[in-house]
Design a protein around this ligand. Structure first.
Ligand code: PGA
Ligand code: ZN
Length: 426
């Protein structure tokens, strides 16, 4: 019996920053229902699909009633009777109905909500876990987490310019052990900040600490010290990743490090990052250069990409066309995968599968504005991409995903990617 869509219903809910977003419920022909909630970024890339917002004064213009109406009044009727299991055809139909190149008419938030709710309903109808239903012929595996410990930029009131200083706890045999180590390191950084007289009044948007540091490099010093003093071997068990998010402090050809009172050219950024990779256990760099600097990305990748992971987030925006161009130009060697940057599940899988087939790595990622939906935990497992970036180990919108991964590890005992990450050379 073919499972078809009977009805789609959306409503406006709030994300982890108190901004409106969508919840969508899909009902299938056999009566099965399932929900999905849509995340939202703050340090967004210019080339992302359009998150439809109402404008006006409600929620300072951030309401999503138009996107909700697009699900209830347009998509529900147009997709009634459509094959719920043909993910590609379903997404294609929504893209056609939207009719724009960036999903700006119906909204990437509306389309993604439908795409995910239908996928979850299909899994429920077949009584299989979401990761298994999503995986299809892929061999599912548990990812290594990339965990935010110190935050800067847009996520922490611009205390420093670089956005995330994260750990990759790769030297453990299970996800549960990796998370235990990560919680210990997160706490240790708090104590080190306190010892240095740095004030911490709460956590940043993704649950990391956001102290007022005098330089960006101080974050690396703190983090390396915390890994060691917690009893782990920096570089062997736990390494460092940086999300530079450099487009957000770039203007007129330079990267402006206001806290340090200096500006760097692209060559200066490459030199700085190369130096950090030598002096600290840094193995992964995200958005080290501006999102449209196609000229310098290949140069940076040639300089550092042999042994380091060079991730495009704002640079590639989970966009199959941008990914293909970057693969061709050797402009990076890894892609950050955020479902709402492109706005449909099938295009998200297209990016994941093409990146892995090209020998790249891929990191499934949350947004800084999140919900309690844990869909992306199942997505990371299903794609077997090997890495997931959710934020820190505090705040329940983050923990919803970690806890789902812990459940998947305990119940289904899938293989854990652990120390098998290619760019870990130590
Ligand atoms: P965003 O940040 O969700 O605010 O875009 C996350 C990231 O840059 O990785
Ligand atoms: Zn990023």
């Amino acid at each position: 019996m073919t499972l078809t869509i009977r009805q789609l219903r959306a409503l406006e809910i709030l994300d982890s920053r108190g901004n409106p977003t969508l919840a969508v419920e899909a009902q299938l022909s056999d009566g099965t229902t399932a929900p999905a909630q849509v995340p939202s970024g703050a340090s967004t890339g210019r080339h992302e699909a359009v998150e439809l917002r109402d404008g006006g004064t409600r929620y300072a213009g951030k309401g999503v009633r138009k996107a909700v109406a697009n699900v209830n009044d347009i998509l529900s009727g147009a997709l009634e009777g459509a094959d719920a299991e043909d993910r590609a055809a379903l997404d294609r139909k929504m893209i056609e109905l939207d009719g724009t190149s960036n999903k700006s008419r119906l909204g990437a938030n509306a389309i993604l909500g439908v795409s995910c709710a239908v996928a979850r309903a299909v899994a429920r109808a077949h009584k299989v876990p979401l990761w298994q239903s999503l995986a299809g012929a892929r061999t599912a595996a548990l990812p290594v987490p990339m965990i935010n410990i110190l935050s800067g930029g847009w996520h922490a009131g611009h205390n420093i310019e670089f956005q995330d200083f994260l750990i990759i706890p790769h030297g453990f045999d299970s996800l549960a052990e990796a998370l235990e180590a990560s919680v210990a390191i997160h706490r240790q950084v708090f104590l080190l900040c306190r010892d240095r007289g740095l004030t911490l009044t709460g956590v940043a948007d993704e649950g990391g600490w956001g102290p007022l540091l005098s330089t960006n490099e101080e974050a690396l010093q703190l983090l390396t010290e915390a890994i060691g003093s917690t009893g782990f071997r920096p570089g062997e068990q736990v390494s460092i990743a940086i999300d530079v998010a450099s487009s957000h402090f770039f203007s007129e050809g330079e990267y402006h490090l206001k806290t340090e009172g200096r500006s760097l050219t692209a060559a200066g950024m490459i030199a700085l990052l190369r130096d950090w990779c030598v002096r600290y256990p840094v193995v992964s760099l995200e958005d080290p250069l501006h999102e449209d600097d196609w000229g310098n990305w290949p140069e940076l990748t040639a300089a550092l990409g042999g042994v380091r992971q060079i991730i495009g987030d704002d640079f590639l925006t989970t966009n199959p066309a941008r990914l293909r161009q970057a693969i061709q130009q050797r402009a990076a060697n890894s892609v950050l995968v955020k479902m709402n940057q492109i706005g449909s599940l099938s295009e998200t899988f297209e990016v994941l599968d093409e990146a892995l087939a090209a020998g790249w790595t891929a990191v499934v990622s949350a947004r800084s504005g999140e919900t309690e939906d844990s869909f992306l935990a199942d997505l990371a497992v299903a794609s077997a991409c090997g890495q997931i970036k959710i934020g820190s180990v505090t705040r329940s919108e983050r923990l919803a995903k970690y806890n789902r991964l812990l459940e998947i590890e305990a119940r289904w005992r899938l293989p854990y990617t652990g120390g098998k990450l290619r760019f870990i050379s130590r």
